[in-house]
Design a protein around this ligand. Structure first.
Ligand SMILES: Nc1ncnc2c1ncn2[C@@H]1O[C@H](COP(=O)(O)OP(=O)(O)OP(=O)(O)O)[C@@H](O)[C@H]1O
Ligand SMILES: [Mg+2]
Length: 322
């Protein structure tokens, strides 16, 4: 049995396909990441796994239970940290956790013990009795993770666990997620931060417009695009790309920059200069591929958040806090 089995999942909202035929299996104990830009379908997929939305089509099992016909059993198997904040900030940290434990019918002693454990895990013991409204964004996020773990779920869903947090807080949260690995919790996290998926996930599914465009471990994905990535800026990108393409390179223009791949970049760069002739090369650099390059490779477009979209998501988070 797998922790999560998804087969041919489709979700439509009034004719819009938010999830367009996803199939995926996640093993117990894995940290798995759905990585994709705004609107890719990450939250929709997690919401279906968590039984908050019904699939339009397809079969989905979580912890061996069907999300439609055995929704109650699924809910008991999982913890979830939502993309948008969902703590009651008029209550203390401890009270938020206690309410959650009651919802899951945990006994008083069990709740008391578990509250200490989860608070310790996210290093919030000292603030246990402070009102959540006095917490910073990072502290709230940590408390939400603690709450997701309160009833000892086998599987934890984290929807954008570090959205809008500063780099230092983000790294703290990564540490807690790493700890979950040792505790044997299966984690499915969504993110649009390449670095986050790269650092944390055993395997990553890159999704775009509701479809999986690539799936594998971060290093498999990077290897799959074949060697180093060379980026060239020059006086005439179209002409240069055409020359490169007719000389055996697979050249792509993204953001006015030419991207080519090479097994060994050092060997190919002199050839690029030789081919340029009257085209002025303004800059040329090469690097080992990142997940960003993987995204570009499989979708043919730049991985760029609409800056406004990320700001919108962060603002929404703040609004909901009030
Ligand atoms: N309740 C809804 N009604 C109509 N359309 C929806 C609804 N929820 C999501 N969508 C649409 O489905 C698509 C996928 O949205 P989803 O929230 O799953 O994306 P996401 O990958 O989580 O994006 P983000 O990174 O912004 O959180 C988007 O086009 C969105 O507008
Ligand atoms: Mg989302």
């Amino acid at each position: 049995m797998k922790a999560i089995e998804i087969e041919g999942l489709i979700k439509e909202f009034d004719g819009i396909r938010a999830v367009d035929g996803i199939s995926l299996e996640i093993e117990y104990g894995e940290i798995f990441s759905l990585l994709g830009p705004n609107g890719a379908g990450k939250t929709t997929t997690i919401s279906i796994l968590a039984t908050l939305l019904k699939p339009t089509k397809g079969k989905v099992k979580v912890n061996g239970y069907d999300v439609v016909t055995q929704a109650g059993k699924v809910r008991h198997s999982i913890g979830i940290v939502f993309q948008d904040p969902s703590l009651d900030d008029r209550l203390t940290a401890r009270e938020n956790l206690d309410i959650h434990g009651r919802l899951y019918h945990m006994k008083k002693d069990e709740r008391r013990k578990r509250i200490e454990e989860v608070l310790e895990m996210v290093e919030l013991q000292e603030r246990a009795d402070s009102l959540v409204k006095t917490f910073s964004g990072g502290m709230r996020r940590r408390l939400e993770i603690a709450r997701g773990l309160m009833h000892k779920p086998r599987i934890l869903f984290l929807d954008e666990p570090t959205l809008g947090l500063d780099p230092q807080t983000r790294r703290h949260i990564w540490n807690y997620i790493e700890k979950l690995r040792n505790e044997g919790v299966t984690v499915l996290l969504t993110t649009h931060y390449m670095e986050e998926a790269d650092k944390l996930a055993d395997r990553v599914a890159i999704i775009d417009k509701g479809k999986i465009v690539a799936l594998g471990s971060p290093s498999e994905l990077k290897d799959s695009i074949g060697g180093d990535v060379i980026k060239i800026r020059c006086s005439d990108a179209n002409k240069m790309a055409a020359i490169l393409s007719s000389n055996g390179f697979n050249a792509m223009i993204v953001d006015n920059e030419i991207i080519i791949k090479a097994k060994k970049a050092e060997k190919e760069i002199p050839r690029v200069f030789a081919l340029a002739k009257d085209i002025e090369i303004k800059s040329i650099m090469y690097k080992e591929p990142s997940l960003e390059d993987v995204f570009i490779h499989y979708t043919g477009k730049a991985y760029r958040e609409e800056a406004g979209d990320e700001m919108e998501a962060i603002k929404r988070r703040w609004r909901m806090r009030r």
